[in-house]
Design a binder for this molecule. Structure first.
Ligand SMILES: Cc1cc2nc3c(=O)[nH]c(=O)nc-3n(C[C@H](O)[C@H](O)[C@H](O)COP(=O)(O)OP(=O)(O)OC[C@H]3O[C@@H](n4cnc5c(N)ncnc54)[C@H](O)[C@@H]3O)c2cc1C
Length: 586
């Protein structure tokens, strides 16, 4: 190997979804990037369900850094067209409550739909396909990438970093990003791992299965449960006291090509300690059998890969950035799969990290202070999700408490997502990537509206109510009443939403075009002062434009497929191979 293939501006350890997106962005902007992945592609990875803040964040990332391939991950239509038809669609988050030994009750479920086209819907990523796609994109932009190359050690000196690999010798770089996920190297080498400072204490068992039945075939009839979106077309959460199952189908749409469904169970460590001498598989099925409706859904289901059983799912690092190094969020901390926050925090971090690294390389200045924002905001988000998740486990005690608490999350999600949209709309108007710096300025920083004083006040007060219930200072009824009062007093609930009506269990309604317009109109003209002018200030034009683009793309694609089939029946030569340009560096 030549010497210049051993010296880089930035080395990225780990070629998962986070490392590959970062490599693509940096290479696109002329940074000499080395990407080292210990295994090969495709390979199994967990972290499959997106949320609107992930997909909106991906659009921002793609546009800000001019890497359109990242936007292919942002809506399910584009994902299926460009990346893999093995991915599933996520039209909703559904939460169905279960009691031991009883079939589920029709009225004990809640739902929050994801956005309809053109801004959605969200997706279930078959990560092996998505990560392989992004890996190839990174290489096509000029990243130097090696698979089957495990980084065993990283040494720092004044001039930079030396990476010692097991298979391919050493490499030099000015800066290293550890994108190695939960078993990342740097936290271990630098002694960063710490006892997770989080209230959430859970463990997880998961696998991929075939033959998992659509829950709609075993659930009470639609007229009784009254959810607007099919359970089987979203991420289904089966909630019970002290835990929850996820069901993430990849085989849930008419154009799908996968047979698979991701399933897992998360258990409160204190209420459900790991039993001695019981395999992960046996423990999983023991829990399934407790709940008749879940058992019916899993009748005939079979695992296609080994069950994985974790110890405490939470992990944490003392720091996220240091002298010439940075951790991506999943190398630093993790809370729990509930609310699918992992990818959203990763995308948020990539947004803030990429321009800092590009500037640092151009100015040859890697001062740790330049990266301090990452330290603050990544940790801030993990603290938020710890509150959200730990209170959710508490609320699983009683469906009515969950029914109240999860409305608070629908509001934080609304403002978090809209903040990203505000930046995208500003960019649409000006074409200036500086529009995206608003996402690092109050009140849009972070996710879930954490930087907005009204949103965070609602969240923190409602959190304290759930904690007061957990410590026995309030009854469940008192906690529910107080949370609804807080929601009402906040003024943050859109008029068209049924958030203040406990009987409305899908309070946001759906996010198809007309309800979306009503939401924008409320925000623009009827919302309280602390919302108006800051959120919902635009978007109708952008949505309209993208709706037309989405329809045109689908029509063109449909007719082009027909044309190709007819042509191939008669002619052998074609010019299909001319369709793509080779991605270029800036
Ligand atoms: C049980 C569970 C469920 C989850 N569910 C969701 C979900 O539904 N939605 C969501 O948004 N998030 C979820 N997450 C979080 C999600 O998995 C992560 O946010 C996401 O995978 C982060 O991507 P990444 O590329 O940073 O890391 P990873 O996907 O973990 O990739 C790390 C890569 O680094 C490589 N690597 C590690 N060490 C080395 C080394 N020394 N040398 C070379 N290569 C190395 C590994 O081989 C791997 O390919 C879940 C997490 C867990 C634990």
């Amino acid at each position: 190997m030549q010497d210049d293939q051993r010296v880089f501006d930035v080395a990225i350890v780990g070629g998962g979804i986070g490392g590959t997106m970062l490599a693509a962005i940096l290479a696109r902007h002329g940074v000499r990037v080395l990407l080292l992945e210990g295994s090969g592609h495709p390979r199994f990875a967990i972290g499959e369900s997106t949320v609107p803040e992930t997909t909106f964040g991906l659009r921002v990332l793609a546009r800000r850094y001019d890497v359109p391939e990242i936007e292919h991950l942002a809506t399910n239509g584009a994902l299926r067209r460009h990346v893999s038809s093995n991915c599933g669609v996520k039209r909703n988050f559904s939460f169905v409550y279960h009691r031991e030994g009883e079939p589920t009750r029709a009225e004990e479920c809640t739902q929050y739909p994801t956005w309809g086209p053109p801004l959605g819907p969200d997706s279930h990523y078959l990560r092996q396909d998505v990560d392989a796609y992004m890996f190839h994109v990174a290489v096509s932009y000029g990243a130097t990438a090696h698979t089957h190359t495990v980084v065993d050690d990283v040494k720092f000196d004044e001039d930079g970093v030396t990476l010692v690999t097991r298979e391919k010798g050493t490499f030099q770089a000015s800066y290293v990003v550890d994108a190695g996920g939960m078993r990342a190297l740097l936290p271990e080498r630098l002694g960063l791992r710490q006892e997770p400072p989080y209230r959430t204490r859970s463990r997880t068992i998961f696998t991929h299965m075939v033959n998992v039945r659509p829950f709609d075939t075993v659930a009470p009839p639609r007229e009784q449960h009254r959810m607007p979106s099919p359970f089987s077309q979203g991420t289904l959460h089966h909630l019970f006291q002290g835990g929850w199952f996820w069901v993430i189908p990849f085989d849930n749409h008419s154009a799908g090509t996968s047979e698979l469904c991701s399933v897992g169970i998360n258990l409160d460590l204190d209420r459900h300690p790991r039993p001695e001498g019981v395999s992960a598989e046996e423990e999983f099925w023991r829990h399934v059998r407790k709940f008749p409706s879940v058992a019916r859904q899993f009748e005939g289901a079979r695992a296609v890969r080994p069950y994985v059983s974790t110890d405490r799912t939470q992990f944490s690092s003392r720091s996220v950035v240091g002298d010439r190094w940075c951790l991506l969020p999943h190398a630093s901390d993790f809370i729990d799969p509930l609310f699918s926050s992992g990818l959203a925090v990763t995308v948020m971090a990539l947004n803030a990290l990429s321009h800092r690294i590009i500037d640092a390389v151009r100015e040859d200045d890697f001062d740790t202070a330049r990266f301090g924002y990452l330290e603050q905001w990544i940790k801030r988000m993990f603290r938020f999700y710890d509150d959200l998740v730990s209170c959710s486990y508490v609320s699983f005690d009683d469906f009515e408490l969950w029914n109240a608490w999860n409305r608070v999350w629908t509001i934080t999600t609304l403002y978090g997502t809209n903040a990203q949209n505000q930046a995208a709309v500003a960019f649409e108007k000006t074409g200036d990537p500086a529009s995206f710096t608003a996402l690092e300025t109050a009140p849009y920083r972070g996710l879930q509206g954490v930087d907005n004083p009204w949103v965070s006040q609602l969240f923190e007060q409602a959190r304290d109510v759930v904690l007061a219930y957990g410590s026995g200072d309030l009854t469940s009824n008192q906690a529910v009443t107080r949370i609804f009062d807080l929601l009402r007093e906040s003024g943050l609930c859109p008029a068209a939403w049924g958030t203040l009506d406990p009987q409305d269990r899908c309070p946001s309604g759906v996010f198809t075009l007309w309800p979306l317009m009503r939401l924008l109109l409320w925000g623009r003209f009827r919302s309280p002062q602390h919302v108006r002018g800051t959120y919902f200030t635009g978007g109708a034009r952008l949505v309209g434009k993208e709706a037309v683009q989405a329809l045109t793309t689908d029509v063109r694609r449909g007719s082009s497929l027909v044309q190709q089939t007819v042509r191939d029946m008669w002619v052998n030569w074609n010019r299909d191979w001319t369709r793509r340009e080779i991605p270029s560096r800036k």
